[in-house]
Design a protein. Structure first.
Length: 365
């Protein structure tokens, strides 16, 4: 092996990117050391893929708890890295203050991958320590200007982050994951609530809105699959929708079976308070509806290419999209395959950066 690259994943999206990057880079001579935060969605993906990933620390609630968790994780992750520091070439991560500080402290270059310029706190704490910032060509380089220092080099690639696992982790999309929940293709709608505990999310929760959306979908004859992000979201929705769960109209999968890529790929539609799973669904050709308070550049870009992603502002608008999904799904999936063929994931750009780092002898340049 040429050396070790470290990726510390904080979310389900990040663990999917990390594991797909590991698979992509191995034939090129790089070993990716993947670590993660102990978080329900991450644990489920790790179990589903049957891989060993050290999961360290938790998900803090308020500012004090977040800081305490990060301080604790830093020490624990240093212990994991201690025997492999001499082989470490670089760190790659989403904006992750813990990894940024460790990689910088070890004198190694850090490459940050991001599609969330609106996440101010995480970028302020990480990008100034990074040698490289890699982003989708959907995002104007001006959106990153507030975070960049002169030494940070900006790279863009013609694609979106979600292509990472769509192209390199096909087994996480397999229908067996939905069959294990008693589901059939296109008979259900996926709901993914907002990421209320993220530092950037300042708009409050919409838990009651998700209950209303679920009940409207059930009235229209659809099954609903809910993928909570946190334990408190899960408990609330299980209590409020208990009767529908008992009648098998609502499914809230246990952690080990909550496999987002498979559920999104084979759904009739996806509704989310975030963005990732809506973009992922659209790339499969499945209508993705986002209720995120901001209009995101990446979502707007994919929509302009003809992918079925839409930002909705009312329940009526959501239901209109869902009701039209069934008759258009084959057209959408064919169009999505055509569009994906003209795009690329971030892995190739990251490989170019690693080769450049090695040619310059490593070090935090």
């Amino acid at each position: 092996m040429a050396g070790i690259v470290w990726f510390d994943a904080l979310t389900s999206k990040q663990i999917l990117i990390a594991l797909s990057l590991k698979r992509f880079l191995q034939p090129h001579g790089y070993d990716v050391l993947v670590t993660g935060r102990r978080y329900d969605a991450i644990e489920g993906i790790v179990r589903a893929l049957g891989v060993e990933v050290p999961l360290v620390g938790g998900y803090g609630g308020d500012a004090y708890e977040k800081l305490r968790e990060e301080v604790s994780r830093m020490g624990l992750l240093l212990e994991i890295l201690s025997k492999r520091v001499s082989d470490l070439i670089a760190g790659i991560s989403y904006p992750n203050p813990v990894e940024a500080r460790i990689v910088y402290g070890l004198g190694k270059p850090l490459a940050i991958l991001s599609d969330t310029p609106h996440s101010i706190h995480a970028h302020r704490l990480t990008v100034p320590l990074a040698s490289f910032l890699i982003h989708s060509w959907c995002i104007d380089s001006a959106e990153w200007k507030q975070y960049l220092l002169p030494h940070t080099r900006l790279y863009s690639y013609r694609g979106v982050d979600e292509l990472s696992w769509i192209l390199y982790l096909e087994e996480i999309q397999d229908q067996r994951h939905i069959r294990s929940l008693g589901l059939s293709e296109r008979e259900y709608v996926v709901i993914r609530p907002e990421e209320t505990k993220a530092s950037y999310y300042v708009w409050g929760d919409k838990w009651d809105l998700w209950i209303r959306i679920s009940e409207d979908l059930i009235k229209r004859g659809y099954k609903v699959v809910i993928l909570p992000r946190y334990g408190d979201q899960r408990a609330y929705m299980e209590e409020r929708l208990r009767n529908h769960i008992e009648r098998e109209r609502v499914v809230i999968p246990p952690v080990e079976k909550a496999i987002g890529p498979a559920l999104a790929k084979h759904a009739l539609a996806v509704i989310t308070g975030g963005g990732t799973i809506a973009r992922e669904a659209a790339l499969y050709g499945v209508p993705g509806v986002t209720l995120f308070p901001l209009e995101l550049s990446v979502d707007r870009c994919l929509s302009s290419l003809g992918l079925p992603i839409k930002r909705a502002s009312s329940i009526e608008e959501i239901m209109g999209i869902i009701d039209n999904a069934g008759s258009n799904i084959e057209l959408f999936t064919a169009k999505a395959r055509e569009i994906i063929a003209s795009m690329e994931p971030p892995q190739k750009t990251l490989l170019e950066i690693l080769r450049e780092v090695e040619n310059h002898g490593g070090g935090g340049y």
